[in-house]
Design a protein around this ligand. Structure first.
Ligand code: PLP
Length: 450
């Protein structure tokens, strides 16, 4: 029964990104079932998922064709590795499909189980690329403050979240620059000015470290876990120009943005930027099976393919047949239904319009969205953009009351974060915004703001 499960969970299960002491004392929900865009807990509560799981179930929880593809693959070939000069059909087909779905210059894929491992792999790929070119000093990587690129030691280091650095010490060849987060860091600058200022931080860091020492710049087109940081329009064109003039590779982390989140198949299309390497995971299987990987452009793969000796890197489950079968079935749904295009055209504008109606709420400082990706910033002073309470207490409260009321949203800093599944219907968007409004009202009352 539920109570027994909860007791065992508290006694034995260490949860990711969780205060262990607090969880052991209070426990959590047991999610027992999911359907369409709804989660059901073991107490029978129904919760609308406004986060697509962890930004991965873009197609919601039904999708029988993906489930069936995994089942069928497990019957045919449940496992074999891709070492020993062996391959398997789903891995081959998915690699080809991903190359077909991305610009012509992407013709190679390396598979991992997760986004974290994929970003670790990217570091090894760019280091090997420059080693093979006879530029062994090019080892440094530039990332951005408040970025999240995963949880392995290297990916934690790429990330710019202070708490993660404190726990991992950080790799000494990873450096962080300004994030393009106008609301938090823009001060008196206009958004356009701040976008240029944040881009200039990249040029400055390159000058400081020396271009001859830098391998790559890694960034998400829109920072997701950092708080859905939609960059000012001036940001990416300026960064693109800086990168075009430098001998530095650009890794686009598309773990969240990839597969439709910002309104196009990939975030680099939304912002017209040209990565040399692309990290993907999450929605590549609609979150149903673990899978991540790196897409490698010809500029890099041509060098890698001509290098003698092993690339000393691989995972037992690189190109796992069942995960790749899930990936292929997921690509088929995206393509056959045209849902990435139709949700960008029909649902995203409605979502954005509904959310914009919240800007007059007494505790809302900013609403920002791109595609089906949004953040609502809470404040007690719209002009000064100050936080309501220390330690994000207001946003945490708002999140908790929303979940209690049947809406799964997330909080980062003082922002309420949303990434609804593309299969959400218009009336369900309305329900999302109505429930969020109730949570905002309760938060305003709780913190004495009217
Ligand atoms: N990169 C980004 C942008 C992410 O948002 C995440 C996870 O949220 C990762 C990498 C890490 O992916 P995973 O959790 O699959 O290791």
């Amino acid at each position: 029964d539920t109570q027994t499960l909860r007791n065992l969970d508290q006694a034995h299960h260490l949860h990711p990104f969780t205060d262990f002491k607090d969880y052991a004392a209070h426990g959590g929900k047991i999610i027992s079932r999911a359907e369409h865009i709804y989660l059901y807990d073991s107490d029978g509560n129904k919760i609308q998922d406004a986060m697509s799981g962890l930004w991965c179930c873009n197609l919601g929880y039904d999708q029988d064709s993906i489930k069936q593809a995994v089942f069928d693959q497990l019957q045919e070939l449940p496992y074999y590795n891709n070492f020993f000069r062996c391959s398997n059909q789903p891995a081959v087909e998915l690699a080809s499909k991903l190359c077909e779905l991305t610009p012509e210059r992407f013709q190679h894929v390396f598979f991992t189980n997760s986004g974290s491992e994929a970003n670790d792999t990217q570091i090894k790929l760019v280091h090997r690329y420059f080693d093979l070119l006879g530029k062994p000093n090019k080892k440094h990587i530039i990332s951005r403050n408040n970025a999240y690129h995963g949880s392995t030691i290297a990916a934690s280091s790429l990330g710019g979240m202070k708490s993660m650095h404190e726990q991992t010490m950080g790799l000494n060849y990873v450096h962080h620059i300004e994030q393009p987060h106008w609301y938090e860091c823009g001060g008196d600058m206009s958004e356009a000015e701040f976008g240029l200022h944040a881009a200039q931080a990249l040029a400055d860091k390159i000058d400081e470290l020396g271009e001859e020492n830098i391998a790559a710049f890694i960034a998400e087109p829109v920072q997701g876990a950092g708080g859905v940081i939609i960059p000012p329009d001036s940001y990416w064109p300026a960064v693109k120009k800086i990168l075009e003039e430098r001998d530095i590779l650009f890794i686009a982390d598309e773990v969240i943005c990839g597969f439709g989140r910002t309104g196009n198949w990939f975030g680099f299309e939304t912002y017209d930027i040209e990565p040399d390497l692309v990290t993907f995971a999450k929605a590549v299987t609609n979150g149903f099976m673990p899978l991540g990987g790196c897409l490698v452009a010809d500029k890099v793969s041509n060098v890698l393919l001509n290098g003698a000796g092993d690339f000393a890197h691989g995972l037992t489950y690189s190109g796992h047949p069942a995960s790749c079968a899930a990936g292929l079935a997921t690509m088929a749904v995206y393509e056959d239904t045209g849902i990435i295009e139709s949700s960008a055209r029909d649902l995203a504008p409605h979502f954005n319009a509904q959310l914009q109606s919240l800007v007059d709420h007494p505790i809302v400082g900013q609403v920002r969205s791109k595609g089906l990706f949004a953040a609502v910033e809470l404040t007690d002073d719209k002009a000064a953009r100050t936080r309501i309470a220390p330690d994000s207490a207001a946003a945490v409260y708002c999140r908790d009351v929303a979940i209690e009321d049947g809406l799964m949203v997330r909080q980062t800093g003082d922002a309420m974060i949303m990434a609804p599944p593309f299969v959400t219907e218009r009336h369900e968007i309305d329900n999302l915004v109505a429930k969020l409004t109730v949570a905002l009202d309760k938060t305003a009352r709780q913190f004495g703001i009217s």
